[in-house]
Structures are given as structure tokens and as C-alpha cells.
Design a protein. Structure first.
Length: 265
């Protein structure tokens, strides 16, 4: 069982790396951003696919350290190239406290079209040039995702709480997936130490791990603006979360099931 958990955590970190690699680049090491800046400044957008760009603002152009900082984003060539997030809320960067940043999404609707994307905050503006074309090929990166040491997912453990609120949860602070062995309907599949009770346990185990992982990616997509939220209401956010989770399940759930089912205990 311990080997299965280690192998599965390794797979989840690989999948997380794939998912997060689609995000736009941040500041380069040693780079100083001293004005409103869009990254990347030049980008290809595959036809009918979404490309995520980022906008950065140094704290001194914002005028204060806290506030509701919003950037307006426009395309010079709508409807051929559309901005899906015309208003972007900036947040303080965790790694670079003197920077605020946000993400927005652009989609190309007509092949070979080009556009200038403009971000505005007060009197400050930044531009980027985009065109509808296949993405440039890049050599694969081999580094581990920058989450907890050793990756985002480090352990899979049994939660023995007698009255758990959910059947599976992920604690990102320590990188642990907790499976509630006393949750109604789960007891029949697992021992208290998470050992399997039958062959059916494998299917339930894969489903629970997939649920935790896809919730992780869906939350990330919502927080980073990769999932389109139609409005500010709780219902709109929940609808976007469900769509993001469904999309993640289509991409990753079968790979998690395959890894669990082929493993010999």
C-alpha cells in the first residue's frame, strides 16, 4: 500500500506540473518591473483555444499598499480576438511583495488574425501583441512543481475522524490527501489504516484520489482566472468551479484510475 501511495503521489505531481505549465510566465530572475507590464509581450493563440496572459504592476504606481486594484483589458481586433476577462483584479505577489499581478484570458476566433491587447490602470497602460497561430514549441521542463517540498502531493493517509464532513480532502499546507475511512459509504471499502477490503476498493480509491486532485486543479483555475466566471455571485463561482472540475476529470481521471488498477499490492 505504501508503494502505491508513493507512486500515486508521483503521478499527481506530474499531472499538476502538466496542468500548471499552461500558465503564463512571471518575472524573470533579477528582472525589475517598473511600469504596468503584460507577460508575455508577444504570444501565439491556437485557433479557438484560450491563452492566459498576466499583467504586473509595481506597488508605487498603485498609490497605496492595499485596495481594490482593477485593470481594464481590451483587444484592438474584436471579435476576431476576444478578451474573456475585461476587468482583472490585482493581488499582491507572494514571492515579490513589491509587485501586484493578475491573469486574464484571450481567445482567437479567426485564423491568422492579429491584435494589440491593452491593459489600463488609471493613466498607466501596457500592451502585448498576439496572433492566432499554433504555439511555438518549447523544450520540456524537468523541474518539479513549486509547491510543498517534493511536490504538491506528498502523502495519502487515512482520516479516522468519527464524524467527517467530507469523504476526501486535500491539505495543501502539508501536501496530504486525507481519505475519511468513517464517512458513510466509504467504510465498506477500507480498513482503518486505508488497506483495501476487496478488489472494488481499488475503484473507490482511484475515484477519491481523482476527486481530491481535480478539486485542487479547479480551485487553482478559479483563483488564477483560467476558468470563466460569469458574474460575482456565489452561484456563478460554483458553476465555474464545477465546469473546471469536470474539465479536469476528463483530462486526468482515467490516468489516475489506470495507475491504481494496474498496481499490484
Amino acid at each position: 500500500m505504501s508503494k502505491l501511495n508513493r507512486d500515486l503521489c508521483s503521478l499527481l505531481n506530474k499531472l499538476a506540473k502538466e496542468h500548471l505549465s499552461d500558465l503564463p510566465p512571471g518575472p524573470e530572475p533579477g528582472e525589475k518591473i517598473e511600469e504596468l507590464t503584460i507577460k508575455p509581450a508577444y504570444a501565439n493563440i491556437p485557433l479557438n483555444e484560450v491563452r492566459v496572459l498576466s499583467v504586473y504592476a509595481p506597488i508605487f504606481i498603485l498609490g497605496k499598499e492595499t485596495g481594490d486594484f482593477k485593470v481594464q483589458v481590451t483587444s484592438s481586433n474584436a471579435p476576431h480576438i476576444l478578451v474573456l476577462n475585461p476587468v482583472v483584479k490585482l493581488e499582491r505577489h507572494r514571492k515579490y511583495p513589491s509587485l501586484f499581478y493578475g491573469y486574464f484570458r484571450v481567445v482567437g476566433k479567426t485564423d491568422k488574425e492579429e491584435a494589440t491587447i491593452t491593459c489600463r490602470f488609471g493613466e498607466h497602460t501596457a500592451t502585448a501583441n498576439v496572433r492566432v497561430a499554433p504555439p511555438k514549441t518549447r523544450p520540456p521542463k524537468t523541474e518539479e512543481p513549486k509547491g510543498s517540498k517534493g511536490g504538491y502531493f506528498r502523502e495519502i493517509r487515512a482520516d479516522r475522524d468519527e464524524k467527517p464532513e467530507q469523504r476526501v480532502r486535500y491539505d495543501e499546507k502539508v501536501g496530504t490527501i486525507w481519505i475519511s475511512v468513517n464517512f458513510p459509504g466509504i467504510k465498506r471499502y477500507f480498513e482503518d489504516n486505508l488497506d483495501f477490503k476487496s478488489e472494488e476498493s481499488k475503484l473507490m480509491y482511484a475515484e477519491l484520489i481523482g476527486e481530491a486532485f481535480c478539486k485542487f486543479t479547479a480551485r487553482y483555475d478559479i483563483e488564477k482566472g483560467r476558468a470563466l466566471v460569469m458574474g460575482d455571485s456565489r452561484d456563478a463561482i460554483m458553476e465555474a468551479f464545477i465546469k473546471a472540475m469536470n474539465s479536469s476529470q476528463k483530462s486526468y481521471l482515467h490516468r489516475i484510475h489506470e495507475a491504481v488498477l494496474k498496481h499490484k499490492l
